[in-house]
Write a protein that binds this ligand. Structure first.
Ligand SMILES: [Zn+2]
Ligand SMILES: [Zn+2]
Length: 357
């Protein structure tokens, strides 16, 4: 990254501490990704930083045990079925509650009530997912373990939180507008796994080209550059991006996908919950062969499975020129020749006898 591409911020919340510095010394502007606030006295934290701490979402909070460094060891394997066993009941729970409500009362759920119900459910799922990734990292360490993981930047905590809230609020709003039928009982088809696979592949097709264009079309890079300020991301930075890119991630790509595959609300909900998991997973950095649940098992025999390390490498090795543009599959990266090699998840470096849990 060149010096001119390094962004600075005007008001870090460490301003108070630096105010005692002698005026003759030039002020040192911190890098955009500088994250020291969680090491400061809690009385200096702002509202957003307190929220992150109270929700227990920090990857490596102060005084917490540090993630082990496992450079040189083989990488454990996290089977897809364990992920499904964790995700599916949590994703389906709101549908079950909604179903029971309609059957037991004979009433329907008004779209406004449905909005609040599903947004809260989405938030609970997102919080549980981030906590799980963080716990897994404390057990298994991170990729490129000698380098520290980026935290929530001092100057960007409000943006980080609002970006996440936007993602998990606007997507359900969109689906309620286009797919919600208040008189239909929530239900899933027996071929939901196939629907999930197709939905993820279609979504990833649009995401792939949109993402690749932001890297390779010179005027579009400025809308994606902020997301790449992190070289060692954490799940809270999944939605951290320029506003133009956020609208693409949150709304435009899901809308194009739904136009191609107009599923009912229940199916959309399940697919989107799985997709949110994979989006956060890709920024988790946890050191293991962790295939994506939406498509990984099906595409693995073809060598097109996406795993956690792939998007981590996209951040670590890529800047304006990069690869691994897909975020649900490696299908499109394989077909269009943009796959990056894996560092630690090489086939000969995965310990298939060591299953993570
Ligand atoms: Zn990118
Ligand atoms: Zn990313």
């Amino acid at each position: 990254m060149s010096a001119t591409e390094t962004m600075t911020a005007s008001r870090p919340n460490t301003d108070a501490a630096s105010s005692t510095t002698a005026p003759s010394k030039p002020a040192i502007k911190p890098h955009l990704m500088t994250s020291t606030w969680h090491l400061q006295d809690p009385s200096t934290w702002n509202f957003w930083q307190r929220m992150l701490v109270r929700l227990d979402l920090l990857q490596q909070p102060k005084d917490a045990p540090k993630a082990p460094i496992r450079v040189g060891e083989k990488v454990p394997y996290y089977p897809a079925w364990r992920q499904h066993a964790w995700i599916f009941p949590r994703a389906a729970a709101p549908l079950v509650i909604h179903y029971a409500y309609m059957r037991l009362t004979g009433w329907t759920l008004h779209p406004v009530a449905a909005f609040f119900f599903y947004v809260i459910s989405f938030k609970l799922f997102a919080v549980a997912s981030v906590r799980k990734f963080n716990r897994m990292a404390l057990r298994y360490g991170y990729f490129d373990g000698m380098a520290p993981r980026d935290g929530v930047p001092d100057t960007q905590s409000r943006k980080v939180v609002l970006s996440l809230l936007g993602t998990i609020s606007i997507r359900p709003l969109f689906a309620l507008c286009v797919a919600y039928d208040r008189h239909a009982l929530p239900s899933l088809s027996w071929y939901f796994p196939l629907q999930l696979f197709l939905y993820a592949c279609i979504l990833d097709f649009f995401f792939y080209w949109y993402h690749r264009a932001t890297h390779e079309v010179s005027w579009a890079w400025r809308y994606h550059k902020k997301h790449h300020m992190t070289k060692h991301p954490n799940p809270l930075l999944s939605a951290f991006a320029d506003e133009e890119q956020e609208w693409g991630d949150i709304l435009i790509i899901p809308f194009l996908t739904w136009l191609c595959m107009p599923v009912d609300f229940s199916t959309w909900w399940m697919c989107t919950t799985y997709i949110l998991w994979v989006e956060a997973l890709g920024h988790g950095g946890v050191r293991m062969y962790w295939p994506t649940t939406t498509t990984g098992s099906i595409l693995r025999p073809l060598g097109m499975d996406l795993c956690l390390e792939d998007h981590d490498n996209h951040h670590r090795h890529g800047w304006k020129r990069s690869g691994n543009y897909g975020k649900q599959t490696r299908l499109w990266d394989t077909l269009f020749g943009t796959k990056l090699p894996r560092d630690e998840c090489r086939e000969d470096n995965i310990d298939w006898s060591y299953q993570a849990y």
